[in-house]
Design a protein around this ligand. Structure first.
Ligand code: DX5
Ligand code: ZN
Length: 230
């Protein structure tokens, strides 16, 4: 099975909660990955930031490679970088199974999505809360994943923006049934149900899981709430 197909098999009848490593203790990265795997994570979300597209820096290729060496779980790599086309092949080689790029970073979205697909990874497009949703609409047929940001991309621990709920509902009607709808930012026990009810398949949670003492309990609670609302 291709890495793209493996990633897309996350599309089951139940929503999936993806822990974001942005809130991990990077001094013990392999241990954090192991804890999340033992807690029952079905895949991991990795946030790459370049200080250009977003006002923050996180990590790049060596960290994705290190996570890849620590686990066989699918890796969902969220590229918050300018000119992502320069690095697609390298992130795929580093172990990304899904590569998501931001519409705000793209001059030729169609070409970049095709470039990702040609590597063998699943391809995703994302938009910030302040970006007009009409900008991604011409590209929905070219995507495996549509990632709705529910905070301005760049930092963990921000407050959920309700605009994401109506966007998810709107996009669910527009995309093919096999497209994964993902939501990222401010997902917690209060907000997750509304996103699942609006049609999200993949729900990213950073601080709500890694900021808790018990990753398994947090993941299970979020998963239960999402499933109950979907
Ligand atoms: C923010 C990142 C998120 C972040 C979410 O730009 O894309 O993935 O880790 O963190 P929480 O869940 O704490 O909002
Ligand atoms: Zn993210």
């Amino acid at each position: 099975m291709s890495r793209r197909d493996q990633f897309l098999s996350l599309r089951t009848h139940q929503p999936v909660v993806l822990p974001s490593l942005l809130s991990a203790d990077f001094g013990q990265l392999a241990r954090e990955v192991e804890r999340l795997e033992q807690a029952g994570a079905a895949a991991l979300h990795l946030d790459v930031m370049d200080g250009c597209l977003v006002p923050n820096l996180s990590f790049g290729l060596p960290v994705v490679e290190a996570v890849r060496r620590s686990t066989a779980l699918p890796l969902d790599v969220h590229l918050m970088i300018c000119q992502p086309q320069r690095y697609i092949a390298q992130f795929f080689a580093a172990g990304a199974d899904c590569l998501t790029v931001h519409i705000e970073a793209l001059e030729q979205p169609r070409d970049v999505l095709r470039q990702i697909r040609d590597t063998g990874a699943a391809c995703g497009i994302s938009l910030n809360p302040a970006t007009d949703v009409a900008r991604i609409e011409p590209h929905l047929d070219e995507c495996d994943v549509v990632l709705v940001m529910s905070v301005p991309a760049g930092f963990g621990g921000q407050e959920f923006d309700e605009i994401a709920v109506s966007r998810l509902r709107h996009l669910r009607r527009l995309v093919r049934d096999d497209v994964l709808l993902e939501v990222d930012g401010g997902i917690n026990e209060v907000t997750i149900g509304r996103c699942a009810a609006a049609g999200a398949n993949l729900l990213v949670a950073g601080s709500a899981i890694l900021g808790s003492g018990d990753y398994a309990a947090a993941l299970q609670r979020l998963g239960r709430l999402a499933t109950a609302s979907s």
